[in-house]
Design a protein around this ligand. Structure first.
Ligand SMILES: Nc1nc2c(c(=O)[nH]1)N[C@H]1C(S)=C(S)[C@@H](COP(=O)(O)O)O[C@H]1N2
Ligand SMILES: [Mo]
Length: 163
């Protein structure tokens, strides 16, 4: 190969790597039947759900994505009729890339048990979540303060408190 061709090839690969975003994933593990590593495309394949809620700006927004329970069910977590007995002491720890973490009891995220909604949001008002909030965020409109609306999620772990 001519030297000029080599130089052009190197420049092109540097430019393309500078523009390519590293893809975000959420790992789902712990007390699950099947540990998962979910991409945006994987989350989009799950049953869609949305909530209309006020956020801190005081305005109503429509968040869409899928229920956190749907993600957990796809990993084979004990939900629905299986959420009974000692499974009632399981909880879900959700972590973000900045180290922030929040906890929900498994019971409060199960729509068959609780009337609270905990949504894994990927869009707001039809657009991807803004940088710094997404690509994945929880939206929990039943909480009075959005402290558990964790942004930039990268891990979900189910834990059994009897361990
Ligand atoms: N990853 C991450 N998520 C987070 C936080 C954080 O520090 N890191 N702060 C929480 C708190 S305390 C609040 S009140 C809301 C604020 O959400 P907002 O930035 O959309 O207003 O985000 C929550 N989610
Ligand atoms: Mo907060």
């Amino acid at each position: 190969m001519k030297r000029s061709l080599i130089v052009i090839t190197i420049i092109l690969s540097l430019v393309s790597s500078a523009f390519s975003q590293t893809e975000a994933f959420i790992t789902v593990d712990g007390e699950v039947k099947t540990p998962l590593k979910l991409s945006m495309a994987d989350v989009r394949k799950l049953a869609p759900a949305e909530v209309k809620t006020k956020d801190r700006d005081g305005n109503e927004h429509i968040y869409s994505g899928t229920l956190l329970a749907t993600v957990l069910a796809s990993a084979g977590v004990t939900l629905g009729k299986d959420l009974r007995g000692e499974n009632l002491v399981k909880y879900v720890v959700v972590k973000a890339i900045d180290g922030y973490e929040v906890l929900y009891s498994l019971a409060e995220v199960d729509p068959e048990l609780s009337s609270s909604i905990v949504l894994l949001a990927i869009q707001v008002d039809g657009n991807p979540l803004p940088k710094g909030n997404g690509p994945f965020r929880l939206v929990a409109p039943n909480d009075k303060r959005p402290a558990r609306w964790i942004r930039e999620i990268n891990s979900i772990k189910v834990v059994f408190s009897k361990n």
